[in-house]
Design a protein around this ligand. Sequence first.
Ligand code: PLP
Length: 407
Amino acid sequence: MFKINDNYLKLPGSYLFSTIAKKVAAYKEANPEKKDQIISLGIGDVTLPLAPAVIARLHSAVDEMAVKETFKGYAPDLGYEFLRSAIAQHDYKARGVDIAIDEIFISDGAKSDSGNIGDIFSVDNRIAVCDPVYPVYVDTNVMAGRAGDYNPATERFSNVIYMPCTEENGFAPELPEETPDIIYLCFPNNPTGATIPKTELQKWVDYALEKGAVIIYDAAYEAYISEDNVAHTIYECDGADRCAIELRSFSKNAGFTGTRLGFTVIPKALKCGDVTLNSLWARRHGTKFNGAPYIIQQAGAAVYTPEGQAQTQEQIAYYMNNAKIIREGLAAAGFSASGGVNAPYIWLKTPDKMTSWEFFDYLLDKANVVGTPGSGFGPSGEGYFRLTSFGSYENTLEAVERIKKLK
Ligand code: PLP
């Protein structure tokens, strides 16, 4: 009889967003008159359409596929050179960082990469994650058998080092007491919206180098950074090329959530003994992945053109204006909230000691606004709540007005 990977059975129950969807559906059924009034500030998905420069490039790339001479089959394993050079130039060289194009691996997004990256590491490694956390880091390590067992009482896995990010530490993780082998960091952060200054990130790089750990640095929200003291890439820190892998995405900077494109950077200086992680990932990528579609890689390259940059920056400004409205509205209503300055996420403290889910129900019922309970991102998220700025301006304004009236 075949055997399953029973690590999957260790994953705790229902998925956060399906629980939310079920609760909202039940509320609508019980309150049909309010059905059309519900506004979601819970989604982590963008709502603006792709920028005109991206659409134009998609069209022209589709036309190329219709002609024998310009048709493209399988893409190169690691991605087309035109896209990798645009990335090396704009995302790295322009920031004073030297990343060679064979250190960049094009993929279909940061979710796959953040899950798949575990393939090149032994199951014996101990991981450290922020708490609260983007759930993919933990769940994929559970699937791989690296997380140990789940304790429902503590809501934690036995072999994972959790680094609480709470109001007390400004939502910035502290260097862990136990030594991890793999450290997941995500700045700007989902769900808290927090960032750390470059000087603090340097301390993580120094720590990783000292301990022989690797940092998996998720910079999916890099485009939202507005403050000068925040690094746009971990490779702005000295020595990061010897200890860090960086994950990037076109989802939030250019609205590719449904179009799918991302990349991973693994510098060749990053080694375990004599083995470069770059060579392992190249092998993994070549074996298990057949490349992101040509038309999508062309669309991605269009993001780096002057028009593409101007248009996508306008979209980000639109979302960040929403973030400002939420942040200021919450402050005016007396909520304690952070984030929304370098990230599209606002992280608020639930009032009157409500649990995250109690506040979810309260907000849904009293303001017909949907958000995301912080506890869904980890035990230290209890008592917090995430709102996002990815909705429309009009809905954001209306939702904030309703929230203000609650107090
Ligand atoms: N990393 C973080 C921290 C995210 O919040 C998300 C999406 O919400 C992703 C990665 C996924 O990115 P992609 O759409 O490129 O798979």
